[in-house]
Ligand binder design. Structure first.
Ligand SMILES: Cc1ncc(COP(=O)(O)O)c(C=O)c1O
Length: 396
């Protein structure tokens, strides 16, 4: 059967490709250490599972409003006001089928063919594909290591053209593990004043921040920022609910209504009993449940960074957010390791997996070929084992 040009143009996710090869090796009995996953390794907290079971037993198994049950949209509005200083009416909020769906649907709702989206590197692999699927064009801005891989106001000013429709901000960042400071975001917001540029602020790693890092929602910076921002968030990372497929978008009423119309034809509502569990997730036990996971991630991230930096030719900044280390490994490019020539992050990841059985994600599909991504959403024991192997492999 014919496959559309649109579908042919979309490559499989690079993060999934590594995981698939690692799974193949595991199936052959190889002991693979996996640093590829973008999912917390904890179980969903019990109080959330209980709420889903209760909802199922109470018969919450039918369609709801496409944009989500009003009780959940109110609970999200309360959360955004309480924790982020953002005032949204429940009608300005739509519940999506995971954060990935929020990104896709928001792009479909605001972008027209030919529009440009400013996409700073490193970027999550899904953004360029969803931009393309909306008929728009990614204007990739190559950030610098010395600026912490963050876009500067000078770079932003230079990237804005008459066609710019959107700036993508993802802080804390996947794959970079960095977080923009409130001052940096304020400076970006000032550059955008007087332009027609929307901001998509992907805040899915909001709760996973370390040390004295402060998180601030872009939309809370000023009235101007509020009016031009779509705030995206979800339950996958914060509550270890990746399989539940629950995300949400908050923003200007006309855009959220447009997303609702699209959603009513594409997917309808998120799973009904899951929506009731999401209300519970945002309730009082949340802080304690999140803190347990956050503190453990912080411990692992510190250890992983310290181990990576002790390896010659590897440079890694300690993560301030999310659960990724994104070291520069280009010090090893040009080498031949175990018979493989390493000329970039793809060669590096492939040779490491085949020769030392450690799975990580090459930086190229994130727009940074000097780097690789290691997730620390796995046990300290696995981290130690994997880093021992990397150290030995590179010392050849
Ligand atoms: C930056 C970023 N945004 C959004 C998502 C979407 O997560 P989900 O679709 O599981 O809610 C992810 C998941 O990897 C992510 O890394």
């Amino acid at each position: 059967m014919k496959v559309s040009k649109r579908a042919q143009d979309v490559p499989p996710s690079a993060t999934i490709a590594v995981t698939t090869r690692a799974q193949e090796l595991k199936a052959q009995g190889v002991d693979v250490v996996g640093f590829g996953a973008g999912a917390p390794d904890f179980d969903t907290p019990e109080y959330i599972k209980e709420a889903a079971i209760e909802a199922l037993k109470a018969g919450q198994t039918k369609y709801t409003a496409a944009a989500g049950i009003i009780e959940l949209r109110k609970a999200i509005a309360d959360k955004l006001e309480r924790e982020n200083g953002l005032k949204y009416a429940p009608e300005q909020i739509i519940v999506n089928i995971g954060g990935k769906h929020s990104v896709y649907e928001a792009m479909q709702a605001v972008l027209d063919p030919g529009d440009e989206v400013i996409l700073p590197t490193p970027y999550w692999v899904t953004y360029p594909e969803t931009i393309k699927l909306a008929g728009a064009v990614s204007r990739i801005v190559q950030t610098k290591k010395e600026n912490g891989y963050k876009i500067t106001t000078a770079q932003l000013k230079k990237a804005i053209t008459k066609k710019t429709a959107m700036l993508l901000i993802n802080s804390p960042n996947n794959p970079g593990g960095f977080t923009y400071t409130p001052e940096e975001l304020k400076a970006i917001a000032r550059v955008l004043e007087g332009t027609n540029v929307y901001v998509m602020s992907d805040e899915i790693y909001e709760k996973l921040i370390y040390g004295d890092t402060k998180f601030v929602s872009f939309a809370s910076l000023s009235e101007d920022a509020y009016n031009r921002t779509l705030t995206l968030n979800g339950f996958s990372k914060t509550f270890s609910m990746t399989g539940w497929r629950l995300g949400y978008t908050a923003g200007p009423l006309d855009v959220i209504k447009a997303m609702g119309r699209l959603q009513s034809h594409m997917t309808s509502n998120a799973v009904t009993f899951g929506q009731y569990a999401a209300i519970a997730a945002l309730g009082p036990p949340a802080d304690e449940a999140i803190e347990k996971m956050r503190a453990e991630f912080e411990r692992r991230g510190k250890y992983m960074t310290q181990r990576l930096n002790s390896i010659e030719g590897v440079e890694c900044t300690e993560a301030t957010g999310a659960f990724y280390c994104f070291p520069d490994v280009s010090g090893h490019y040009g080498r031949n390791i175990g018979g493989a020539t390493i000329n970039g992050s793809m060669d590096f990841a492939k040779a490491l997996l085949e020769q030392a059985n450690v799975a990580l994600v090459p930086g190229l599909p994130f727009g940074c070929d000097n780097n690789v991504r290691l997730s620390f959403a796995c046990s300290l024991e696995q981290i130690t084992k994997g880093l021992d192997r990397i150290e030995k492999w590179l010392a050849q």
